[in-house]
Design a binder for this molecule. Structure first.
Ligand SMILES: C[S@@+](CC[C@H](N)C(=O)[O-])C[C@H]1O[C@@H](n2cnc3c(N)ncnc32)[C@H](O)[C@@H]1O
Length: 237
């Protein structure tokens, strides 16, 4: 088994996420609970800080979160770091996740953030502005974010050729980014080295840029951190 192969599990299936978000949507409607912050607040705030430092809001960047769930990461970028809501977009293949994020956005007064149902592996995200649409460019995003989605996809079923579902993920990232644009990913299943191996490839057109530091622990003589957050940049040709 190489670095990008895992045994499949229900966490990699759409049915699993549909049932998670059907429950979370019902709970939001019933008691106003916004649901889980995946990997907790620390990793989310670290991603927000990294973004503020490297892709400042003053440049009015276009930002896409892949597998945006309840949308908390995008709400935080807007509410705490002043990113324009019109430039923020979340996609998720679970329509109840999108419904949940839209409902929370309405309650938070952030309804200009765009949330769309979209399978990242199969479809391109919709353009977020007229300018975006008229340019007809697919590679129009300044920053792509992933918190837990690559991990989930890696647990999906292999295709008929025996390929793990994540095999096409890095090239799809490269395809959507502007030259010089960034991809920031946080994972709990892949180490920093594995992420570098999987994403910094000729096919994706991405190169390693930087990583976020987390407290480390030692177990069985090995040093490690609970999460890996790594940033890549699309090569300017
Ligand atoms: C671990 S959750 C993380 C959610 C969110 N990023 C967060 O931090 O709270 C993984 C998310 O990826 C979504 N997802 C999985 N595969 C996807 C795909 N192929 N296209 C779009 N979304 C996907 C799931 O529906 C789920 O919302």
């Amino acid at each position: 088994m190489n670095a990008i192969e895992f045994e499949s599990s229900k966490l990699g299936s759409k049915e699993h996420w549909d049932s998670v978000y059907a429950r979370e949507l019902a709970s939001f409607r019933e008691i106003g609970d916004e649901g889980e912050i995946w990997f907790g607040e620390e990793s989310m705030y670290k991603m927000v800080q990294w973004t503020a430092e490297h892709v400042p809001y003053s440049d009015d960047p276009t930002i896409l979160e892949i597998g945006s769930g309840n949308g908390t990461l995008l709400f935080t970028l807007h509410e705490e770091e002043h990113y324009s809501p019109k430039q923020l977009c979340g996609i998720d293949y679970s329509s109840d996740a999108v419904e949940l994020a839209k409902s929370i956005a309405l309650q938070r007064g952030a309804q200009e953030i765009i949330f769309n149902t979209c399978d990242f592996l199969m479809q391109d995200p919709p353009p977020i502005s007229q300018e975006h649409q008229s340019s007809r460019r697919i590679d129009s995003w300044d920053l792509l974010l992933d918190k837990g989605t690559y991990d989930a996809i890696a647990l999906g079923e292999k295709d008929e050729l025996g390929r793990p579902p994540v095999f096409q993920y890095p090239s799809r990232v490269g395809r959507l980014l502007k030259p010089g644009g960034f991809f920031l990913i946080t994972s709990c299943n892949f180490t920093e080295e594995e992420l570098k191996t999987n994403f910094a490839t000729q096919d994706s057109g991405l190169i390693y840029h930087s990583s976020i530091k987390y407290p480390t622990f030692t177990f069985g003589g090995q040093n490690g951190a609970k999460y890996s957050s790594v940033a890549f940049q699309k090569i300017i040709q």
